[in-house]
Design a protein around this ligand. Structure first.
Ligand code: 16G
Ligand code: MG
Length: 501
């Protein structure tokens, strides 16, 4: 380690005095102007992690669904997974070290993790379309180079694409080629195969309107479009040519406002979906014949996927264990449907893909989705083959799927942002301030089919309040009452929360 060079370059990416940041739910996230030093240091850390694991490590520069002015960074571990928790702690230490302590912190990490500093290191880098991202990814590269690491800068990428590149590089190309071309080929082939088996083959099922949140999803989907053009025709909206990233559009907007994004006209029964700013979330929606808006969010996607897979297992007589993983945000109605009707076990983890992913790995088939649209299904290659063969024998899946969704009548819910709190039980119970959980329990008792919880956000300086009940009015009331309890018991400042927030 050339400590002299590190000190010299670090000074060019100086940390603002007194700034403390946390490696949060999905990496560091804050205003872009506060992140230069964090990026440089994450370049350094990625090299150490690469040396330790003798593998390629990924660094993604993005703040996902946050406003355009924010940015962020997350590290991707060798198998395309989120950074290991012990290294998240190192990341926080390194990001917050004052200039004069940098060398000591780097040496500490290397010693604790038994990093062989002679080992080669390789880091791959991707970034979203935010105006600040290019410069910030250059700071990552500065960090990588000063520690003697090699790198490949993929430039503009979606977050899932960067995860894919890391995995491909660490599995000797067996999973796919670590190129953008390789990614499009692999995914479009799988998509075309799958849709060949779908019983619904009319033209109306072959078109999709896509809201790209004015982000990277637009660029990448445009590149990918011609790989599956026979299977699907896509129409892109909010492609970044005029609107602002994540502003009045994108998966987060559609989910929280329960309406289509701006800039997208919807006719009845047209199929639509929205990405978020780094294209790692998706939600679907449509207007029915009466013009009512219907959202197929993560809860419903998980229900469809797990039910589909469960049916296939029954067909082929396989007794593989299948589990669904959700978070406290999952609509209570979807949880009940999965457990009581589909007889699929459901587990609840803390918010954030890393927690869900980890739990889902315990099953032969693990389906995980957050209500907001982050998720996937995990299964072994052997299971994958069996499912593929038997999918050909199943008919009527569309009718069944539509029927199933009719059975999940969402309970109404309401979410609001407030100040600091700590939680337990996969974020469903508040531990502090004292008395808050008791107050919430009393409020919940007043409404039918109701549930409420509060948790500090891992991406913004707020606490989120969630409430659900059997009518929108009750959900709104409950959310307001819980917000007032938070305000009173957690030392709220400023104006008291108003009904409807
Ligand atoms: C991050 C997480 C997402 C989570 C969201 C919650 C990943 C890749 N992303 O975007 O899963 O739902 O944070 O945000 O894990 P909050 O903590 O501000 O409510
Ligand atoms: Mg995202």
């Amino acid at each position: 380690m050339d400590l002299g060079a590190i000190t010299k370059y670090s000074a060019l990416h100086a940390k603002p005095n007194g700034l403390i940041l946390q490696y949060g739910t999905a990496g560091f996230r804050t205003k872009a102007e506060h992140l230069d030093h964090v990026m440089f240091r994450m370049g350094l850390l990625a090299v150490l992690r690469s040396k330790q694991t003798k593998s390629t490590i990924g660094v993604m520069v993005t703040a996902s669904h946050n406003p355009e002015e924010d940015n962020g960074v997350k590290l991707v571990d060798p198998l395309g997974e989120m950074l290991a928790p012990s290294w998240e702690e190192h990341a926080t230490c390194l990001a917050n070290a004052e200039e004069q302590d940098m060398q000591r912190v780097l040496i500490d990490i290397s010693e604790k993790e038994a990093v062989n500093l002679q080992q080669d290191a390789f880091v791959v880098i991707g970034r979203d379309t935010r105006p600040s991202s290019e410069k910030l990814s250059q700071s990552v590269i500065d960090g990588v180079t000063v520690l003697g690491g090699q790198f490949h800068d993929y430039g503009l990428l979606t977050t899932p694409q960067l995860h894919y590149m890391v995995y491909c590089r660490n599995t000797g190309g067996r999973y796919g080629k670590a190129t953008i071309e390789g990614y499009y080929q692999k995914l479009s082939k799988a998509f075309v195969e799958l849709t060949k088996q779908a019983s619904c083959s009319g033209d109306e099922y072959r078109s999709l309107k896509v809201d790209c949140a004015n982000g990277i999803g637009a660029l990448k989907l445009r590149e990918m479009e011609h790989y599956f053009s026979q299977g699907l025709s896509v129409q892109l909206f909010n492609d970044g040519s005029k609107g602002k990233l994540n502003h009045l559009c994108g998966a987060d907007f559609v989910k929280s406002h329960q309406k289509p994004p701006q800039g997208m006209e919807i006719k009845s029964n047209e199929r639509c979906c929205s990405f978020d700013g780094d294209a790692d979330r998706i939600v679907y929606y449509y207007h029915d014949a009466d013009g009512h808006f219907h959202l197929i969010d993560g809860d419903k996607i998980a229900t469809l996927i797990s039910s589909f897979l469960k049916e296939l297992l029954v067909e082929i007589g396989e007794s593989l264990n299948i589990g669904v993983v959700q978070t406290a945000y999952a609509n209570g109605s979807s949880t009940r449907y999965l457990e009581e009707v589909m007889k699929v076990p459901v587990y609840c983890t803390k918010t954030g893909v890393k927690h869900l992913h980890h739990k889902a790995q315990e099953f032969d088939i693990g389906v995980y989705f957050e209500a907001n649209g982050h998720g996937t299904a995990l299964f072994s290659t052997a299971v994958e083959m069996k499912i593929k063969q038997s999918a050909e024998q199943l008919e009527d899946k569309k009718r069944k799927a539509a029927k199933m969704l009719e059975n999940i009548i969402d309970l109404f819910n309401q979410v609001a942002d407030r100040r600091v709190i700590s939680t337990t039980d996969a974020e469903r119970q508040a531990v502090t301030p004292p008395g808050l959980q008791e107050a919430i329990n009393d409020l919940v008792k007043k409404y039918k089919l109701s549930r409420a919880f509060v948790r500090p956000s891992g991406t913004e300086d707020v606490v989120r309040v969630y409430a659900e009940a059997d009518s929108q009015e009750s959900a709104d009331h409950l959310a307001h009452e819980v917000s007032l309890a938070v305000f009173q018991l957690a030392g709220g400042i400023g104006e008291r929360p108003q009904p409807g927030f």
